[in-house]
Design a protein around this ligand. Sequence first.
Ligand code: ADP
Ligand code: MG
Length: 559
Amino acid sequence: MEKKEFKAESKRMLEMMINSIYTHKEIFLRELISNASDAIDKIYYKALSDEQLVFNKEDYYIKVSVDKANRTLTISDTGIGMTKEDLDNNLGIIAKSGSLAFKKENEAKDGHNIIGQFGVGFYAAFMVADTVTVTSKALGSDEAFKWESQGADGYTIEPTEKASIGTEIVLTIKENTEDDQYDEYLEEYRLKSIIKKYSDFIRFPIKMDVKSQQPKEGSEDEFVEVTEEQTVNSMVPIWRKNKSELTPEDYNNFYMEKRYGFDKPLKHIHISADGAVVYNAILFIPENTPYDYYTKEYEKGLELYSNGVLIMDKCSDLLPDYFSFVKGMVDSEDLSLNISREMLQHDRQLTLIAKNIKNKVKGQLQSLLKDEREKYEQFYKSFGRQLKFGVYSDYGVNKETLQDLLMFYSSKEKKLVTLDEYVSRMPEDQKYIYYASGESIERIEKLPQTEMVLDKGFEILYFTDDIDEFAINIIMNYKEKEFKSVSSGDLGIEADEKDKPTEAEENENKDLFESMKSILSGKVTNVKASKRLKTHPVCLSTEGELSIEMEKILKAMPN
Ligand code: ADP
Ligand code: MG
């Protein structure tokens, strides 16, 4: 048995890595399972070109087992295995990836699922283990070898016995310390949930012996502990399935299983993109507003998978803020991951996917609006406010994207209408898109300022949300029609001379107006005669750009 030293740089790197690159210890299992999956994939690829080699899917699996008494966790696979040289090269040299080399060698063959590339994942085992023992027998070899290491000090390799081809990795789990807990990695339920979280869509079965209490035969109240081998992962991800095979139930179940929300999704979007960037995605538009949606606590983002392995819980770069309500996941083979595989390099692929997703979501909302109005209104009730924020924020760069998705309550239709619907029914002599702001529809209906416009037979949009007027001020005009508040000084209706107060009418009450003005000094800038009123004696109007409602909001805002 010969003992070898890690090279100096490797030694430092190992220490650095164990302590710094991963934010969650639990990902060690993701890394070891990914390696096992790669090892099986390699046999699979070999079998594609080697007639002697038959790949029977049933023979290939990954097994995770625990021995609490001895504090060991074992991950074994029936993959391609490692020779002595492989153990030396791939596990002895940090940042050397046998998998990357394999991928390069086999570039010509399509259908790559191999996950490894950086040559560091394996060492994540040392985050939770004092000793790592790897026993392996390579395909086409009669000899098996045992690689063992306690971390930074180096490793040993010696011949050993192993019945079948493949690799077995035994981790001796660290003892709990005051700051760090390790016992959980010996708990079945915990391991199962880590596997579910990160490795649910590994293409090969991940098996575990699961203990459960079963009623004892012939007895009613006695139980015995039975151990049963279970496959923990679902293997075939729903997003790789053909859309035509899937029912709305399948999507709803996925939404529930993933806990994207406690409601039912209003709509799903299943994308299989094959263009400049290859990815699959399943996105959902939820039905209801999450309880924390309009708070700082809410975090937008989609789950991001690379080749079926979860990389990020909430990748926020995939969604614009105005579509932050979208839930779901993206899986792609084309991502540039950073070394911990927890983060992405901000690259072209991601930007392309994000743009694509934005367009798909917009398209879906548009068709919902066109074909399933009721659903769209439900959506708008939950998330319309966010779209309006979207118009307003970032200096209005997104107004073109969003303006057709907006809806406001209409005086004419007594329901929500779009700007397009409003403009398409405007009579020829109507110059502006009229709106009135107020706390509620009932209040706006009582506003004296609306009378004149309604009398003319013009439709008014009711703005009951704080953000409405701000958003509209950004849009400025829609289909070349400007927006006009019913309380603005010039409604564009009084153009008819006969509708304007005559000079005589103005003068007649001049003294009254002057004294009202001085009594209200500081509260109003002017008092004048108006023909705008029908059933009310007086109304307030504004002269500048801001409506009374907007001024109120601005005043209420903290500076
Ligand atoms: P990566 O997976 O990014 O290549 P790792 O540090 O996880 O890096 O693994 C290093 C290399 O060790 C792999 O590329 C592979 O060649 C080899 N290896 C690790 N685990 C196994 C395994 N279970 N079976 C066969 N080879 C393995
Ligand atoms: Mg790996």
